[in-house]
Design a protein around this ligand. Structure first.
Ligand code: SF4
Length: 357
């Protein structure tokens, strides 16, 4: 079977773990990526994750299996595990059991971790404290919006109040939480954006990572918001070709190339981009506690006073992503800054990355 015809849904994912080899781990400074679920139990309107890998059911490894895998990875030299999963903290019962195993075995003393999470689980202060004690050092929180109307439109199944609680809980135990914000989703207006800015202004998320909504115009896409009824209801229009804009960011003219060109009944893509940049500007000016709209660790590590932004050709996104990933992993592990910068820049050299001052 060649790679393109491989049917990933046939892999017995739940019981088979293919673990990184010792040399591979050593080459990456003890940082490994780990997959513990496939699919997602949620169906957020903007997201294609639940439909990837040819099988729409949510599948997962047990807490005991993950623990055994991580113990083996530790033996092979791993010191930080980056959970790539859509959501590592769902189901909460599994995450709780794993955290208890990591703590009681002592593995939490030598192995740190990072993951994606939802506020619904992290609104529980005890659970957040448990994660922190189990070695979790970073969570990317899908906050998305400060407007309940937009969260409802997204079918995010979270409350603004839970999002706020989750950020506070992470801050109180020193678990670094980066807030993901999605700007421009159907229904977004000047008022809902103002709610998001106010939300960010009130919360103390250490970093804010802002995305402009990118609709999937591919025919037959499973993404819920692009189904016929929603497209009609929200007046979604557009195409999949690039939308190119030049904007002034902190005094410099920057070209942005977005994958789409869209509008809906309330907003255009260009306006959404302006708001995303504005959130970055507010963060920089200190009105929103947070550092910028990139992961703060990257920025801190690269000793750069501004955003890591986006004048990059699309064919080089992979290199960009690898570079960012390396930078983040190494930062979390506390690698010497010079080494991190050197390795990261090497990864990114093809990405035509422009660092904005
Ligand atoms: S945004 Fe996150 S929680 Fe929602 S469907 Fe996608 S992966 Fe699942």
């Amino acid at each position: 079977m060649n790679k393109s015809s491989a049917n990933f849904s046939l892999i017995d994912f739940e019981t088979n773990s293919v673990l990184a080899e010792t040399q591979w781990i050593a080459d990456r400074g003890g940082v490994v990526q780990y997959e513990s679920v496939r699919g997602c139990p949620f169906r957020c309107e903007f997201c294609d994750y639940p439909y990837l890998m040819g099988n729409k059911t949510f599948r997962m490894k047990s807490a005991d299996q993950i623990f055994e895998d991580w113990r083996e990875l530790y033996e092979r030299g791993a010191r930080h595990v980056d959970a790539l999963d859509s959501l590592f903290t769902v189901p909460k019962k599994r995450a709780t059991r794993l955290a208890e195993l990591l703590i009681s075995s002592g593995l939490a003393q030598g192995l740190t971790g990072a993951c994606y999470a939802r506020a619904t689980e992290l609104a529980d202060a005890e659970f957040v404290s448990l994660l922190q004690r189990a070695g979790c050092r970073y969570v990317f929180l899908g906050i998305e919006s400060g407007s309940q109307l937009i969260l409802n439109n997204m079918r995010k199944v979270t409350k603004v109040a839970d999002n706020a609680k989750a950020i506070r809980n992470c801050n109180s135990v020193g678990l670094y939480a980066s807030s993901g914000i999605l700007v421009g989703f159907p229904g977004e207006t000047e008022e809902t954006i103002a709610e998001t800015k106010a939300f960010l202004g009130e919360q103390s998320s250490p970093s804010v990572h802002v995305f402009v909504w990118i609709p999937d115009f591919t025919e037959g896409t499973p993404v819920p918001i692009m189904q016929e009824d929603r497209v009609a209801r929200f007046g979604i229009r557009g195409k999949g070709s690039q939308g190119a804009y030049t904007k002034v960011v902190w005094g410099k003219s920057v070209d942005f190339h977005l994958r789409t060109e869209w509008s809906h009944s309330w907003m255009t893509q260009e306006r959404a981009l302006e708001h995303a940049l504005d959130i970055g500007r507010l963060a920089r000016a200190g009105h929103i506690w947070g550092e910028d709209f990139s992961f703060a660790p990257y920025r801190t590590m690269l000793k750069h006073p501004s955003i890591l932004a986006a004048r990059m050709a699309y064919e080089h996104q992979a290199e960009f992503a690898i570079g960012m990933k390396y930078a983040y992993d190494a930062y979390i592990r506390g690698s010497p800054i010079a080494q991190v910068v050197q390795r990261t820049e090497a990864c990114m050299s093809k990405a035509q990355l422009e660092l904005l001052v």
